[in-house]
Ligand binder design. Structure first.
Ligand SMILES: NC(=O)c1ccc[n+]([C@@H]2O[C@H](COP(=O)([O-])OP(=O)(O)OC[C@H]3O[C@@H](n4cnc5c(N)ncnc54)[C@H](OP(=O)(O)O)[C@@H]3O)[C@@H](O)[C@H]2O)c1
Length: 270
């Protein structure tokens, strides 16, 4: 799907540079590519150096300046280093796609892995959002895109902590969209359903039906400045829509069935 001339213009109006975390893979990489197509210069942030170098090489086909920052966002010092390293760049758009999930029985989860996820999905996202929100507010313009998830709208048994990190992102984004909107800063929270990326393997979730990153990247960018929350692609709309009539406790019960199915292989292997 190509970026239209009007969307290119709209995206460039935020500023000449965009920073994308999680740009080495999946949804972040897709969004980075669409932004390069729109003519923005990019700072690509990720941990996997080889994948990030490959992303940079593929984006060189576009007429965009590309900077690559290798950073493990679970480490506070490395998050702060990212902020220092982009200081001289005129960044107008921040996309927070770095994140990962865990799944399985809560009591069997590894404390270390769960805390690592909290650092990446919440703490690093918070520090960077705080930095760019302040910068953009002072400037009177800017765009922020935060990746939450449809699991962030209610509790999700067998992915309880991952869903809780995404509820944090969803809540933060919704509030900032209103708080910063009047200062010219557009904040969008994007809540995809299952997307076929590196996410499923790392989270040990067996996803049945899933979209491709290309199905969600452009809908997310189109929604920036138009909505506060987007459900990108038909699958997220369908899944959220089909739960909409249920009370919150009922949604949690359905999520138990869904996540239970996606993590069944873990219990049968144990
Ligand atoms: N795929 C789905 O079904 C789905 C659904 C809803 C929401 N989401 C959310 O969408 C976002 C993007 O996920 P994805 O589907 O594109 O998965 P992905 O292909 O696994 O990409 C995740 C990205 O996050 C980065 N990342 C993870 N841990 C990191 C760390 N410690 N430091 C720096 N970067 C780190 C990865 O970089 P490295 O590989 O370089 O470490 C990678 O670029 C995530 O926030 C995820 O929670 C995904």
């Amino acid at each position: 799907m190509a970026v239209s001339a009007s969307l290119k213009k709209r995206l460039r109006s935020y500023g000449p540079w965009a920073i994308v975390t999680g740009a080495s893979s999946g949804i972040g990489r897709e969004i980075a590519e669409r932004l390069a197509e729109a003519g923005l210069n990019l700072v690509l942030v990720g941990r996997n150096e080889k994948a990030l170098d490959e992303a940079r090489a593929s984006l060189e086909a576009y007429d965009a300046g590309i900077q690559v920052l290798y950073a493990d966002l679970s480490q506070r010092k490395e998050v702060e280093k990212v902020i220092q390293q982009v200081e001289g760049l005129d960044i107008g758009l921040y996309v927070a796609s770095a994140g990962f999930g865990t799944s399985g029985e809560f009591v069997k989860s590894s404390l270390e892995d769960e805390l690592n996820m909290l650092e990446v999905n919440c703490t690093a996202l918070f520090i960077l959002t705080h930095h760019f929100a302040k910068l953009f507010q002072e400037r009177g313009k800017g765009g922020i895109i935060l990746l939450s998830s449809i699991v962030g709208f209610q509790g999700a048994p067998y992915a309880a902590h991952y869903a809780a990190t995404k509820a944090y992102v969803q809540s933060l984004g919704e509030a900032l969209a209103v708080e910063l909107g009047s200062a010219g800063v557009k904040v969008l929270t994007a809540a995809p359903g299952p997307v076929n990326t590196g996410f499923g393997d790392r989270a040990k979730m067996q996803m049945g039906q899933a979209l491709k990153p290309a199905d969600v990247g452009l809908p997310i960018l189109k929604a920036l400045g138009r909505k506060n929350t987007v459900l990108p692609g038909f699958l997220s709309k369908f899944l959220v829509g089909s739960l909409s009539m249920l009370p919150r406790w009922g949604k949690v019960r359905v999520m138990k069935l869904v996540m239970g199915g996606m993590t069944k292989h873990q219990r049968s292997a144990a």
